[in-house]
Design a protein around this ligand. Structure first.
Ligand code: NAI
Ligand code: MG
Length: 362
């Protein structure tokens, strides 16, 4: 690469800084081995930013993000900061991560999960049900319920309350996500499952119609439509029959936590949030999990979800699938050697797992 690859690191809160520091070491080691020139900047996000600057995401941070090739983020959030913003604040004002997703318009969130041979016994499934499962949940990330207005909690005349959220989707928002889904399916096993509640939601009716239209342009890709409730059930019953699952912001959030069970722990799951498949736009790489306040500060968090997010960075922002594969292989070797964190039944620390994976890169 002629120019240095520009990475902005935002560790966030809770276990975020713990898993990011280890994943960053993996990133730097591989860049050094491959002589990839990188320029790394660090900043604060969400609670950490609030405590220092009184805002969840500074304008300067957004400006730096827009000049970057990629962002590596840990996780954001915690009870301490939940009720700070005034009532009526927008979702982006209430959540630094949501602001960043909106500012960078990273509408396509890729969340792959698979069953690892060495972790089959750690899953809640019978091994013969889950072995071979390899799914990518494609979650819409910039629209729908988390961002929709009107939203609010109003007091009624009798002193009780009424709360409401709105699930808005334009046909273009659905179409551009579906295109990413079919393109990714073409490079995988050629199947798309679209999930919606078109039986009870208008947004679901439009969702199904637009996904079908896009699907017609991909005659070689199998398209299955399922209602979300049944889809979640089927994803437990027959995990190996799913390839790419496309979903709106809320249903994709649910589905991606569910498929984490194939991998044995939520701590295993990476994500890439992209503005389509154009590698020229800044993309966000972060684990699927949150800040895990129950284990934060103890050095025992599983860093693999964040390390696999770095693998996705090599694949999607650097177009180096070979290097992504190298990290994935190193993760496999670490698991096969039994170097595992507590969530996987082991007793290795976050740092020990990082060291094992770095040594397996060679
Ligand atoms: P969570 O994902 O933080 O934790 C759920 C469970 O999984 C906990 O038992 C936790 O200990 C465990 N876990 C998660 N990641 C792990 C890892 N790497 N290693 C080992 N165990 C791990 O979800 P929760 O508890 O619902 O949310 C906690 C906070 O995180 C909240 O403030 C929430 O808003 C925020 N959050 C942030 C997200 C993000 O930044 N993308 C996503 C989800 C939640
Ligand atoms: Mg989630």
């Amino acid at each position: 690469m002629a120019n240095p690859f520009k990475l902005l690191v935002l560790p966030g809160d809770g276990i975020g800084p713990e898993v990011v520091s280890v994943a960053l070491r993996v990133f730097e080691s591989l860049c050094q081995l491959e002589q990839i020139d990188v320029e790394i900047k660090h900043d604060l996000l969400h609670g950490a930013a609030w405590d220092r600057y009184g805002t969840f995401c500074r304008d300067e941070t957004v400006a730096t993000a827009k000049q970057s090739n990629a962002l590596l983020i840990g996780a954001a959030g915690g009870a301490r900061w939940d009720n700070l913003p005034p009532p009526g604040a927008t979702p982006a004002e209430r959540d630094g991560l949501m602001r960043m997703r909106e500012e960078l318009e990273t509408y396509a969130c890729l969340r792959p999960s698979r069953a690892y041979e060495s972790l089959l016994a750690r899953t809640p499934f019978k091994p013969e049900i889950v072995a071979g499962a390899d799914v990518l949940v494609l979650r819409e990330l910039c629209g729908g319920l988390p961002y929709g207005t009107p939203r609010g909690i109003d007091e009624l005349a009798d002193g009780s309350f009424q709360a409401y959220d709105a699930n808005f989707y334009t046909s273009e928002e659905i179409r551009r996500l579906a295109v990413v889904g079919f393109e990714i399916a073409a490079s995988r096993r050629g199947k798309v499952t679209s999930i919606d509640k078109s039986n009870v939601m208008e947004s679901g009716i439009l969702w199904r119609r637009i996904v079908s239209e896009v699907g017609a342009e991909y005659p070689n890709i199998e398209l299955e439509h399922l209602y979300t409730d049944n889809a979640l059930y089927q994803m437990m019953q027959r995990p190996t029959t799913f390839d790419v699952v496309i979903a709106d912001n809320i249903f994709g959030d649910l589905a991606s936590d569910l498929v984490a069970s194939y991998a044995g722990s939520l701590g295993m799951l990476p994500s890439a949030s992209l503005h389509g498949l154009n590698p020229g736009r800044p993309a966000i790489y972060e684990p699927v999990h949150g800040t895990a306040p129950d284990i934060a500060g103890r050095g025992i968090a599983n860093p693999i979800g964040t390390i696999l997010s770095v693998a996705m960075l090599f694949e999607y922002s650097m177009q180096r699938k070979d290097l992504a594969q190298r990290i994935e292989n190193a993760v496999e070797r670490c698991l096969q050697a039994g170097v595992m964190s507590a969530d996987l039944g082991g007793n290795a620390s976050t740092d020990q797992i990082g060291e094992k994976i770095i040594s397996a890169l060679n």
